[in-house]
Design a protein around this ligand. Structure first.
Ligand code: BGC
Length: 387
């Protein structure tokens, strides 16, 4: 394996200062602990939809079914709110149509495990492959199809919820009973913060991420190829035709070098004929994993002026451009989700880490507490003026 030394600071990404201006957005009433029906799933159970708001009028909605993030409404440069997270209008629709993983928490192992097997402490665990010969996103049933228990919390001046899922020993084929807690917080600085903790009863592997697809022009508003993307990574895991890491860590180059802002379209033009058909790229973040979240990526949509930054404690981030969407499914706006209609920035450990002991470990043992934090921060041009 050719190893690449990862330089500390990759690119000239400047961090904008807080605080965030209230702007011209009308304040929404706060809802703590309230929820409304989100329709029934096929087992007859009624899903609940929860709302978080902040003083700037930002709104985040999520459901106990799958722990899915169904809406992230943020203002544009004129103060007009739009939902920038792709999704559906009921739990039943997610259950029937969400092969994309819109809004989804992914577990027990986000991304791929090569040949659908790994060995831990001398024991080999094998799975039914669901992505060519490999295992993708832990296999069925995904964590985004389970009911999570929700407890709404007023968290200081912020506003949040704790979602808990108990994944039994042997669930999806993984060893150990895993208790996962995900805290969703909407801060007064327009950040959606996700804090994960997990504990296990037996040695296991885990890789947790959130798979929300974003369109900063508003969900269903065409494709995202006009957005500008910047990823603060000097290196990436090389992948094969099935997007499984080959084991080589490469310096970013050509369309994969996103250290300076690039129009997504330019990279996609070069990657259209690649096996991935666009970006589906595991980037390696410098000096990670780490205790405090650090800026990993920034995306800007020039027409609306919306900008999103991603901060994480994770050692990797998968940039994915939604090439599998075909204009068939429609979101809450009623407009179809076309090819490249959303992008995901999935913070995680590197794919197939259980088969690469030389990479940051994904093993969790009894007595240890897994911790991970990712922040999606939304910044409008108003903030720029005030920073
Ligand atoms: C993967 C893609 C996959 C998508 C939907 C992404 O995390 O990298 O290859 O198509 O999830 O499951």
């Amino acid at each position: 394996m050719r190893s690449v030394r990862i330089a500390a600071a990759a690119a000239s990404i400047c961090i904008l200062a807080n605080p965030v201006s209230a702007g011209p957005v009308a304040p929404l009433s706060r809802v703590i602990g309230g929820s409304v029906s989100f329709g029934k799933t096929s087992d007859g159970r009624t899903a609940r939809l929860y709302t978080l708001t902040n003083k700037n009028g930002m709104r985040v909605r999520f459901t106990d079914y799958g722990g899915l993030i169904t809406e992230i409404s943020t203002p544009d440069r004129a103060g007009k709110l739009a939902n920038v997270a792709l999704g559906f209008t009921s739990a039943g629709e997610y259950q029937a149509r969400n092969s994309y993983g819109l809004g989804s928490p992914i577990g027990r192992y986000a991304n791929r495990i090569g040949s659908a097997r790994f060995t831990l402490d001398g024991k080999t665990y094998s799975f039914k492959p669901n992505n060519g010969p490999n295992l993708l996103h832990g296999g069925p049933p995904g964590y985004n199809t389970r009911y999570w228990s929700v407890s709404m919390r007023p968290l200081g001046i912020n506003h949040g919820a704790v979602l808990t899922l108990v994944s039994p020993d042997g669930d999806q084929g993984f060893p150990g009973k895993l208790t996962v807690r995900m805290r969703y917080t909407l801060t007064e600085h327009d950040e959606l913060r996700i804090d994960y903790t997990a504990t296990t009863t037996k040695p296991t592997v885990l890789n947790l991420t959130n798979h929300t697809y974003f369109n900063l022009a508003g969900e269903g508003n065409g494709d995202v190829t006009g957005h500008l993307i910047q990823v603060r990574a000097n290196s990436m895991a090389e992948t094969d035709r099935m997007m499984l890491p080959t084991g080589r860590i490469l310096e970013v180059a050509g369309p994969y070098d996103l250290r300076d802002p690039h129009v997504i379209r330019d990279g996609i033009e070069m990657l259209k004929t690649s096996p991935a058909g666009g970006y589906d790229t595991p980037y390696v973040l410098a000096n990670a994993p780490r205790k405090k979240p650090v800026l990993a990526a920034r995306v800007t949509e020039p027409n609306s002026g919306r900008m999103m930054e991603v901060y994480t404690t994770e050692p990797g981030i998968q940039f994915f451009t939604g090439q599998q969407m075909r204009g068939i499914d429609k979101g809450p706006s009623g407009r179809p989700y076309v090819r490249y209609g959303g992008f995901a920035l999935e913070t995680q450990h590197l794919p197939d880490s259980p088969n690469h002991p030389e990479w940051p470990t994904t093993v969790l043992r009894p007595g240890q507490v897994f911790r991970s934090t990712t922040i999606y921060k939304f910044v409008t041009p108003i903030d720029r003026l005030h920073s």
